[in-house]
Ligand binder design. Structure first.
Ligand code: FES
Length: 116
């Protein structure tokens, strides 16, 4: 093991072999990342924001082409980005869960108004 990935916001940390993809590291950490393309850099559902200090192996031409500039904002495809050392990555909120949480927050706000 010569790499370590810390996933946010959970703080789960996993030790992995150098060259492991962030997607595989997330799965090893027990995190669920939704994908449609099975890791072929086609669905963009695995986008993660990595900290600027993260030690990843050099980005491939394919990933760079797919991201078309997003990598400059530290956004990477988890299925393509490979661990080179210590990495900190933010796991995107599942879109369905995000929609449910927004709706629940809206309802709580509306019900809160009725109570007062
Ligand atoms: S899993 Fe589809 S782009 Fe990464």
């Amino acid at each position: 093991m010569n790499g370590e990935v810390r996933f946010l916001p959970s703080g789960k940390t996993v030790k992995v072999l150098r060259g492991t993809t962030l997607l595989d590291a997330a799965r090893l950490a027990g995190l669920s990342i939704r994908t449609r393309c099975g890791g072929k850099a086609a669905c963009f559902m695995c986008k993660m924001t990595v900290s600027p200090e993260s030690e990843l192996l050099p980005i491939s031409d394919n990933e760079r082409r797919k991201l078309s500039g997003l990598e400059e904002r530290h956004i990477r495809l988890a299925c393509q980005a490979r661990v080179g050392g210590c990495v900190s990555a933010e796991v995107p909120l599942d879109p369905l869960r995000a929609a449910v949480e927004r709706q629940l927050a809206r309802q709580a706000e509306e019900e809160g108004d009725k109570l007062w």
